[in-house]
Ligand binder design. Structure first.
Ligand code: EPU
Length: 422
């Protein structure tokens, strides 16, 4: 296992290129299962989760090859089963359910189970598959679906916490090959869903409204191979923007899509961070002392849960009391106790984190619990006085491409080291 050692106190300065979006890559790679023809996906980030999705496709019998920033997939003959060992390591792998059910008329996919950020049920995915006419059964820890041919229907897909991103992806993918018209109401509006729809359209699917709460899919008999370039990762871009603000530096994000980051940029401006476009680049720097804020996570276009931890770390430096409310996942506050170990005055009250700032952090050994919590701890380490060791950084490698190299190029003192600890 590796840890990241950070010597804090330096401002980040310079330019960073934003990688392709992990959360677009995973469902789009799964969508390639819908056709026996070759698909090529470009701007693919080199990440543990992407390598893992490649393995899942191979385990299903597809040819899948990662070379540089492209992945080529040819799913000529595929099996219907995705094992527990694969799904439990990456919950995102559940997005093979829709493509397998549509292409083969059956699927056997392990139930993902909960994880450190919450219960992560997939009831809405199953509701969607059932609405399309599949027989759905849960047996022995697996979801079994069966249908001769799926049939289009009107489906309302939002749940207690709002729409579901991968559930929308699964139903939209399945509907591409269903007979007739599917209308998904209460669909997730995330840019990753719109990017998936763009890829499906390039494969010959008929989809309208992706990126809005109502998606209309008119089924076609078959899909063909296609090429696609992934959108930039808005969460990686937001993480670097927050890190720039946290260290009092100035960072230019190259290739980011600020139009995908409105809620984050709006909050950054509210707390006193300057953000402006300059040609292909997007500049971020604090304009003075930071002001406190109230932030609530929401489905897109609201403030993303995937930036909540990083923003919480930043708000430890704001002058006053901030309240961060997590509405998407029930236990996404694992970073709070680690931030407190670094001297932050922050505590959790139900779904709220209450942060008293500003408060100089001091370097400490901390434990990463999930991907975005790890990013928050790295940001805290960059702001802190002295040395921080973030342990279990494999979480970070699941979702941030070459983050240590990118931070070093911006002037941070970070390095990886073997961690002998448990
Ligand atoms: N939910 C249900 N039933 C379902 C599905 C979801 O109740 O059948 C609930 C969830 O428990 C949660 C909410 O709905 O409370 C939203 O979950 P969603 O299904 O949208 O999450 P997801 O699709 O499994 C994706 C991202 C996550 C990101 C969430 C929310 C991928 C691979 N994962 O997960 O990304 O946090 O959307 O935006 O796209 C990350 O990148 O660090 C990450 C966790």
């Amino acid at each position: 296992m590796e840890k990241m050692i950070i010597e804090g106190g330096d401002s980040l300065r310079g330019e960073v290129r934003i990688s392709g979006a992990k959360n677009a890559a995973l469902p789009i790679m799964a969508a390639a299962l819908l056709t026996p023809e070759e698909c090529v996906i470009r701007n693919v980030p080199q990440l543990q989760d992407v390598r893992f999705m490649t393995k899942i496709l191979q385990a299903l019998g597809a040819e899948a090859e990662l070379a540089g920033d492209a992945v080529r997939i040819r799913a000529v003959r595929i099996g219907d089963t995705c094992d527990y060992d694969l799904v439990r390591k990456m919950r995102g792998s559940v997005c093979v359910l829709g493509p397998l059910s549509a292409r083969l008329g059956r699927a056997r996919v392990a139930l993902p189970g909960g994880c450190v950020i919450g219960a992560r049920p997939i009831d809405l995915h199953l509701k969607g598959m059932e609405a399309l006419g599949a027989q759905v059964a849960v047996r022995g820890g697996y979801v079994h679906t069966r249908a001769d041919r799926l049939a289009g229907r009107e489906i309302f897909l939002s749940g207690r916490a709002g729409p579901t991103v991968l559930g929308t992806a699964n139903v939209m993918m399945a509907a591409t090959l269903a007979e007739g018209v599917t209308v998904i109401q209460g669909a997730a509006c995330e840019p990753e869903v719109a990017d998936l729809a763009k890829f499906l359209a390039a494969m010959g699917a008929k989809i309208e409204g992706a990126g809005s709460p109502t998606i209309v899919v008119t089924g076609v008999p078959g899909l063909h191979g296609a090429e696609h370039e992934l959108i930039p990762d808005r969460i990686e871009a937001a993480t670097f923007a927050v890190a720039a603000a946290a260290t009092g530096g100035e960072v230019a994000l190259r290739g980011a899509r600020p139009d995908h980051m409105s809620a984050v940029l709006d909050k950054l401006r509210e707390i006193g961070v300057e953000t402006r476009r300059e040609g292909e680049r997007f500049l971020v720097r604090p304009a003075g002392p930071l002001r406190p804020a109230h932030i609530t996570t929401h489905p897109y276009p609201g403030f993303p849960t995937d930036v909540q931890a990083q923003m919480t770390a930043l708000l430890t430096q704001a002058d006053g009391i901030s309240i961060v409310t997590e509405r998407i996942f029930e236990s996404r506050f694992m970073h709070i106790s680690e931030l407190a170990r670094m001297g932050a005055k922050v505590y959790v009250e139900g779904p709220h984190a209450i942060i008293h700032g500003p408060n100089k952090l001091s370097g400490a050994e901390v434990m990463a619990s999930d991907l975005r919590a790890s990013a928050a701890l790295v940001i805290a380490g960059l702001m802190a006085e002295g040395r921080t060791e973030v342990r279990r950084i494999y979480h970070l490698d699941r979702g941030y491409e070459r983050i240590d190299e990118k931070l070093t190029a911006l002037g941070a003192r970070v390095k990886r080291a073997e961690d002998q600890g448990p």
